[in-house]
Design a protein around this ligand. Structure first.
Ligand SMILES: *Cc1c(COP(=O)(O)O)cnc(C)c1O
Length: 341
């Protein structure tokens, strides 16, 4: 049995999801004539209590579009040093929008409102780039699936209002945070100017992310999406998977979270593991005691058992639980770990 835990992006559509895709009514979405894409966009906008939404092929393209919406070339955005928009979007912030990133040294990918305030360049000091946007990520990816304290987000919102900054949420795994903390999409919709959410991570779709914001943001975002090459034609086949996932795959994320905690519990008992970071959602980040077992040796041993996990650099390893990680795989994986330790 092959067990792939490198990411929650490795899932394949379930039979009922595939059925929903096959039965989708489609049209040309570049002409806004795809009823299923339109339905998905309305559904997500309504969930978040925001005016409008737009379907995209990837989360990176949504974040890049949001950065473009909120900035002009030469300006600066503020984000945590772990942020996906800085680390994992191919330098897109500078390539697409000509902006620099002011990195904040936060905790597990999360900043305080005080840190954000201190990172803002005074708007009348023309020697420095003009700060125009704050980007945060929930859950944090490189931060190990950590969830923000909603009160801190409200404080950052206040700073953004006072300093006239846009506030964007990279919510690739916002579903996981909301399930974990019992929060609602509308709470987030009320706090941010724009939000990106992924359908292709924990929710199990093959492709797709959504940008939510005002009518004006979405109107402008259509042009940016076109420029980035993200206009898709009969995308309703993909949007149908999204609608299915929103209706069937959100609550079950709690199961991924439970499995992650159980994996962490076993990891903590192994003699060659130095540290397991706190586990809140479906991501487990841990470090080995390399004097006892090197990361490469550990990865190789797991490979022999047909188990894949991934290195994060700096001696850290990552495991992500997901929809295709079954109860049987879970039992098998825990057994293999116990034998190794
Ligand atoms: C996966 C992810 C994205 C989007 O990634 P794509 O692969 O471009 O869909 C954005 N932000 C975070 C935090 C992510 O984990």
């Amino acid at each position: 049995m092959e067990i792939n835990l490198i990411s929650d992006t490795v899932t394949k559509p379930t039979p009922p999801m595939l059925k929903a895709m096959m039965e989708a009514e489609v049209g040309d979405d570049v002409f806004k004539n795809d009823p299923t894409v339109n339905a998905l966009e309305s559904k997500v906008a309504e969930m978040f209590g925001m005016e409008a939404a737009l379907f995209f092929p990837s989360g990176s393209m949504v974040n890049q579009t949001a950065i473009k919406l909120h900035t002009n070339p030469g300006e600066q955005l503020i984000c945590d040093k772990y942020a996906h928009v800085f680390n994992y979007e191919g330098g897109g912030a500078s390539f697409n929008s000509g902006v620099s990133c002011r990195l904040v040294d936060g905790h597990r990918g999360m900043m305080t409102a005080e840190q954000v305030e201190a990172a803002i360049n005074p708007p009348d000091f023309y020697h420095s780039p003009l700060t125009s946007l704050v980007c945060i990520e929930n859950t944090t990816n490189k931060g190990g699936g950590a969830c923000w304290d909603f009160e801190e987000l409200k404080k950052i919102r206040k700073v953004c209002e006072e300093q006239n900054l846009a506030f964007h949420l990279d919510g690739a795994r916002l579903w996981n945070a909301m399930v974990k903390k019992g929060e609602s999409p509308k709470q987030y919709g009320a706090l941010f100017d724009t939000i990106s959410v992924c359908l292709s991570k924990g929710l199990g779709c093959p492709v797709g992310s959504v940008l939510v914001g005002t009518e004006k943001h979405i109107h402008d975002a259509i042009r940016i999406r076109k420029i980035l090459g993200g206009g898709m034609r009969q995308a309703g086949f993909l949007a149908a998977a999204g609608i299915y996932a929103l209706e069937n795959h959100i609550d079950r994320l709690a199961d991924d979270h439970q499995k992650a905690i159980e994996i962490g519990d076993v990891l903590s008992t192994l003699n060659f593991i130095k540290k397991v970071e706190p586990i809140e959602t479906n991501i487990i980040i841990f470090e080995l005691d390399e004097t006892k077992m090197t990361s490469q040796a550990f990865l190789n041993t797991l490979k022999e058992h047909q188990i894949s996990i991934i290195g994060m650099g700096q001696g850290k390893l990552r495991i992500v639980t997901h929809l295709d990680y079954s109860d049987d795989m879970h039992k098998n994986f825990l057994e293999v770990l116990r034998i190794l330790g």
